[in-house]
Design a protein around this ligand. Structure first.
Ligand code: GRF
Length: 203
């Protein structure tokens, strides 16, 4: 399967996906990396791996819809089967979500449906949670609400700060995302409306 990755920053999850896809037996290849930020560090990383990497600067567009149309045009030039959002920090409208319905996934740094939105590490500590985690889900019109594909949990340690909790979680994210993308790319899990369905064992 041909996979395009969308980033806004350093792209450490993107790097984990690139690393996993280097295994010739992995059922996906990363064919392009795009960002809404032309200076996103992950673009340089992707280019070093020889992967086409483009910034589509949101500031150059009149509104969100115009930016999304440009993004779709650039993305579809690579004929992606699956879109992976990885640290992509811009809300997507139904126009974009609809265009990639059923084949766009995202990683969120919490155990959804708990803690959708931003600053999840602070909020987990504030709530006194003893565990934290990350979720890969299909993207739907509602932010951080789509059908869950896979999750990983970590423990919250005494004295944890948001920063070291986030860093410990990133290590789990870098294992979870390649695992979740494999499930989607090899057809084990697919989106059926509001549900993530495990495909019947194929005999
Ligand atoms: C990660 O915590 C990820 O879960 C969230 O954005 C953060 C940065 O990700 N979506 P990355 O290092 O840019 O992949």
């Amino acid at each position: 399967k041909r996979v395009a990755v969308l980033i806004s920053g350093r792209g450490s999850n993107m790097s984990a996906l690139i690393g996993a896809a280097m295994d010739p037996s992995y059922p996906a290849e990363i064919v392009a990396v795009l960002s809404n930020k032309p200076d996103a560090g992950g673009l340089a990383t992707a280019a070093r791996y020889g992967i086409p990497a483009e910034g589509v600067d949101q500031r150059l567009f009149l509104d969100r819809a115009a930016h999304e149309r440009a993004l779709i045009e650039r993305l579809d030039a690579y004929r992606p089967d699956i879109i992976c959002l990885a640290g992509y920090m811009r809300l997507l409208t139904p126009l974009f979500v609809g265009h990639y319905a059923g084949r766009m996934i995202n990683i969120h740094p919490s155990l959804l449906p708990l803690f959708p939105g931003l600053h999840t590490h602070e909020r987990v500590l504030e709530a006194g949670m003893r565990i934290h985690g990350c979720t890969v889900h299909f993207v739907t019109d509602d932010m951080d609400e789509g059908p869950i594909i896979a999750q990983a949990a970590i423990t919250v340690e005494r004295g944890d700060t948001p920063d070291n909790l986030a860093n410990r979680l990133l290590r789990a994210e870098h294992r979870l995302y390649p695992h979740a993308l494999r499930l989607v790319a090899d057809g084990t899990v697919r989106q059926d409306g509001g549900r993530a369905v495990i495909a019947e064992s194929r005999g």
